[in-house]
Design a protein around this ligand. Sequence first.
Ligand code: SF4
Ligand code: SF4
Length: 297
Amino acid sequence: MSQPNVPFPQSPVVPKMVDGSHVIQFSCHKGIGCWNACCANIDISLTPYDILRLKKRLELSSAEFLTKYTFPYELDKDDIAGVKFRPVEGGTACQFMTPEGCSVYEDRPTACRYYPVALLSMRKEGENFDTASYALVQEDHCKGHAVQRSLTIDEYRKEQGIDQYDELARGWRQLVLKKKSSGPTIGKPSLKSRQLFFMACYNLDQFRAFVASDAFGELFALPVEEREKIVGDDVELMQFGFRFLRQVLFGEDSIPLNDAAAKERAEKVREKHLKAEREAAERLARAEDGDYPFEDD
Ligand code: SF4
Ligand code: SF4
């Protein structure tokens, strides 16, 4: 089962974008000749909400879940990380595949719910919202397409319980789309920003400890009740993470800073500028003495 991003002609993705009213012919059920074929060769990206559901079901911390069941990959050219399912040791099958089917069915990830439909989230230039289009994935081994059952993609999404999954991953998709479409105006995020992105999106328990820390409280002006609500609920925490990352990655004022912290931060920025100016002046002075002005020190 693969989760392509775009419908390339050589891929099993039918190169045609459709909307939710498009009618598909498909049914998957135990006993079908290709049972489990899709889960035997996986390439599945996970959303933060997928991870939240699975770590809760398996009663693992997010770090334990990430280590055992996933590996990171580059989501975009600027090293923003995504997370994919790690297949079984030495093989290609999903670790949750059993002869009876999916062992985490009620909490299976978004990509598994969508299959054989692919979600194509897009953001038009100049627009602040994303639009969902879909494509159909037609793999030779999947006999589900030959079953006589017709329904629209919207009906299929409802049947598979996708609405909630999409809604709760929306903030994350928007961050990724905005990052991809912002190009050089935003630039490559620093290593620290990329680490914060990974923690807030995927390593939720570590992010909880960060939000609960004294250092966080000293920097951000969050009312105590709001902070307690965020720290006490996984979904609230995940949504807060997306808000936090809008500030980290795009400089939005999404979380107010404490006065003292805001002043300190402004002072640090001022010192940084002064230092840069001083260094430039020193280089220029050396150049007047005969050195090459842009030589590395
Ligand atoms: S999570 Fe379940 S449905 Fe998804 S690939 Fe694994 S076994 Fe298949
Ligand atoms: S019909 Fe398709 S989705 Fe269902 S088990 Fe077969 S390969 Fe997988």
